[in-house]
Ligand binder design. Structure first.
Ligand SMILES: [Zn+2]
Ligand SMILES: [Zn+2]
Length: 325
């Protein structure tokens, strides 16, 4: 078996890069040998194409139904990223039955941010090594652009860290979703196109069609969703206030909390990561936590992990001391 292809970028490397468009675990065991900051240009073509495809909105025009679809898909999928990928799969902040766990993982996959195991493994690594040399996305160590997007495009970070997500990797249905992480996004895109074409025939007064729904509902919505999510790794380790001395650069940032449905209370989160709640006090609006509470009321999610009273009191003491200075 040739084990050298990744160093020189030979034909086997090219083939593996292409295979990973469809099978994200292809040749994964070889990736660990790659230099930290090496970018896989061929593999990231779909990511760049997604951005370019946003220009399609100029060609297809707009309609209220297409714009609303883009907005609703942004909100639903932002919840899927924060409420499901982050708080559930990374931090076990609540419990689910196995069928709902699978459905939630499918919903998370619609965000086009790779599979649940990939997402969770890298994020757990971030919490263990926040803003140290080991951190895979630290603006202090590697600069804004690397922490925002570069780390995702690097070959090294492409593999799923199965070693860090053993608790979920034991479920074959989650391993399937993670390995073929392109499947759910393709189905979503096809569904949007089909819906647009159906509406063009059945409800022509709505003024939409397949290409328009695809451009707004998939390409634009997904790209904006990606960059909004990424601000937590980049800007939320740069701009905002630090209530807790967590030893890293995590910040609380109200604007980012609005943009990401509650993730902007990132300094709180680094203080106590396993809580289902990231806005610790009533004035720290955390929409995702509100949705999780509603889902708990109807029995879909269970055992939301609270913030311990001692940590809430610690935060209140710090705020009071700042107020009296
Ligand atoms: Zn962080
Ligand atoms: Zn986290």
């Amino acid at each position: 078996m040739g084990r050298e292809p990744l160093k020189g970028g030979g034909p086997r490397h090219l083939l593996l890069s292409f295979a990973r468009w469809f099978d994200s675990w292809a040749g994964a065991e070889e990736i660990v040998t790659v230099a930290e900051k090496r970018l896989d240009g061929f593999r990231v073509v779909p990511f760049l194409a997604l951005h370019l495809a946003c220009l399609g909105i100029l060609a297809v025009g707009w309609s209220p139904v297409a714009v609303w679809t883009a907005a609703v898909l942004y909100l639903v999928r932002m919840f899927a990223v924060t409420g499901i990928y982050h708080r559930y799969f990374c931090h076990n902040a609540y419990r689910l039955s196995r069928p709902v766990q699978f459905l939630f993982a499918v919903l998370g996959s619609t965000a086009v941010q790779r599979g649940p195991l990939w997402w969770a493994g890298h994020h757990r690594h971030h919490h263990t090594h926040s803003d140290t040399e080991e951190d895979i996305h630290s603006p202090r160590r590697q600069g804004f652009w690397w922490s925002h997007v570069g780390w995702i495009l690097s070959t090294r970070n492409f593999r799923t860290r199965l070693d860090l997500v053993g608790d979920f990797a034991r479920f074959p249905e989650l391993r399937f979703l993670d390995r073929f992480d392109i499947l759910v996004p393709v189905l979503l895109a096809a569904g949007l196109y089909g819906t647009g074409e159906y509406l063009a025939v059945r409800a022509p007064r709505l003024g939409t069609d397949g290409p328009q729904m695809l451009a707004w509902g998939f390409f634009l919505s997904t790209t904006v969703l990606f960059h909004a999510t990424s601000t937590i790794n980049s800007l939320d380790h740069m701009i905002g206030s630090q209530r807790f001395q967590t030893g890293d650069d995590s910040r609380n940032n109200a604007a980012l909390a609005v943009l990401t449905l509650g993730e902007g209370w990132h300094n709180n989160h680094h203080r106590y990561a396993v809580s289902a709640r990231q806005g610790f006090y009533w004035w720290e609006v955390d929409v995702t936590y509100g949705i999780l509470r509603a889902l708990a009321l109807v029995g879909i999610v269970r055992d939301l992990e609270p913030v311990p009273e001692a940590i809430l009191a610690e935060g209140r003491r710090i705020d009071a001391a700042k107020g009296h200075r």
